[in-house]
Design a protein around this ligand. Structure first.
Ligand code: HEM
Length: 427
């Protein structure tokens, strides 16, 4: 392996197989303090920062998440690169904010994700899952991501927001572009360039940004149109809640409504579809685990979903920026330093998980950080993701128990989500 292949600051590293990445993180966890990873942001928005602290141990990710005053999400939690100013209009949502500003936005939507509201959604989720499995039984083989794993999360988030089924394709297509912002398929930047330089170059900024802005604008238009309808005629859906939200006597601005909408679409679909696809892949690769699960699907599916989220870490990392000089994991941190909280590494930390690289659905549900660590930004949709994955996988494994992955997955090139673009299956 070359140096690029072993550096999480270089895109070539994220193209390596899972076990090679895990071995690099295991070595980083053995370092004293936080490893410093050199990283040259080729875009002109980095503020000259030439690296980041890799937060790779479970305990350090927990400490950083709890200490949100010192390790802030602003200006940019969802990307190692600082986002060009003309894209913030699409992406500047609550995940990029801190303190009261973040709390104010989270308060507007938190009720829609309460256990009571989720219980109300279950019948609809079950009916949709059942139709997806009807198609699997009719077709008997095909492409799993578009035919199975993507369909449920997109349908559920659209239904919650109040978008009818005709919008699923548009939401999935533009969501893929925004989440796949490093992958050649969505950016048009040549793979050989990315593997050599580690990131898109300054000459790509205009074309990549244009593609992202096009996707963001399409989703903006959809929410503006739906929002106008709901202002006139409110319904029992999230867009109505957003456009009528009056938090502490203050309305959400149209831009806040739009970025919240885009956050929910992105956070709600890509991650859950990755979980469902990784489940198929892992259960195929580990037939003894699959047998164990099939012996009691109802009783073991909950623990299986947790183990898939731990083992695959659908969200690889989120970034923090230090607001002042301080300390983490025995390392001095300076104001302005970037830190990457590597959930993918924390979830394989041998100090917390026995034989951490083993996929084992009978682990007692350990304290994995796949949905983040306890703190103000802990995943809002964790229970929704669990419900969707559990219902769809139960339906699949009871009605199509011979289903298995065929061939290698076509993985998304990303240092942010552990996505799979395509995976064939057969019964
Ligand atoms: C298996 C699927 C999912 C995984 C692995 C996942 C993972 C995560 C992670 C790691 C975070 C950041 C936590 C932190 O910084 O402390 C997060 C935040 C978030 N997630 Fe999820 N997520 C999933 C599904 C969902 C779903 C279905 C939704 C909603 C529709 C959702 C909505 C959000 C939102 C809104 C945030 C930002 C919360 C905030 O800033 O306060 N997620 N998620």
């Amino acid at each position: 392996m070359t140096t690029a292949d072993t550096s999480p600051g270089h895109l070539a590293f994220w193209a390596r197989p899972d076990d090679e990445r895990a071995a690099v993180f295991a070595a980083l966890r053995r370092h004293d303090g936080l490893p410093w990873i050199p990283f040259r942001d080729p875009t002109p928005f980095s503020g000259g920062v030439d690296g980041f602290h890799a937060v790779v141990r479970h305990a350090d990710v927990v400490t950083a998440s709890r200490n949100a005053g010192l390790f802030a999400n602003a200006p940019n939690a969802a990307s190692l690169f600082d986002i060009p100013p003309w894209l913030t209009r699409y992406l500047d949502s609550m995940i990029q904010k801190d303190g009261p500003e973040h709390a104010r936005l989270r308060k507007v939507v938190v009720r829609a994700f309460s256990p009571r509201m989720l219980a109300r959604l279950e019948d609809d989720i079950r009916a949709r899952a059942s139709r997806i499995v009807d198609d699997v039984l009719a077709q008997r083989s095909g492409e799993f991501v578009s035919g199975v794993a993507q369909r449920l999360p997109v349908a559920v988030i659209c239904a919650m927001l109040g978008l009818d089924d005709s919008h699923h394709d548009l939401v999935a297509r533009h969501g893929n572009t925004l989440v796949g912002s490093a992958d050649p398929e969505y950016t048009g930047v040549r793979r050989s360039y990315l593997m050599h330089h580690g990131a898109p170059g300054v000459r790509h900024v205009v074309s990549v940004s244009a593609r992202l802005a096009f996707a963001g604008e399409a989703l903006h238009r959809l929410v503006r149109r739906t929002g106008r309808d709901r202002l006139r005629e409110p319904r029992d859906d999230l867009v109505s809640t957003l456009v009528h939200a009056d938090v502490d006597g203050e309305r959400l601005t149209p831009r806040e409504v739009a970025t919240l909408f885009i956050l929910l679409v992105l956070a709600g679909s890509e991650t859950t579809r990755a979980t469902i696809t990784h489940a198929l892949r892992l259960l195929t690769a580990h037939p003894e685990q699959r047998e164990h699960l099939l012996a009691d699907v109802e009783g073991r599916i909950g623990a299986t979903v947790e183990e898939v989220v731990r083992h695959a870490s659908p969200v690889l990392q989120f970034r923090r920026t230090a607001t002042a000089d301080g300390e983490l994991g025995g390392t001095e941190v300076r104001a302005g330093d970037k830190l990457l909280l590597f959930y993918t590494s924390a979830n394989r930390d041998e100090a917390v998980f026995d034989d951490p690289d083993r996929f084992d659905i009978s682990r007692s549900p350990g304290p994995h950080l796949g949905f983040g660590a306890p703190g103000p930004h802990y995943c809002l949709g964790a229970n929704l993701a669990r419900t969707e994955s559990t219902i769809l996988l139960t339906e699949l494994l009871t009605r199509a128990p011979t289903i298995r992955a065929v061939g290698e997955p076509d993985r998304l090139l990303s240092n942010f989500v552990n996505g799979i673009k395509r995976q064939n299956y057969t019964l």
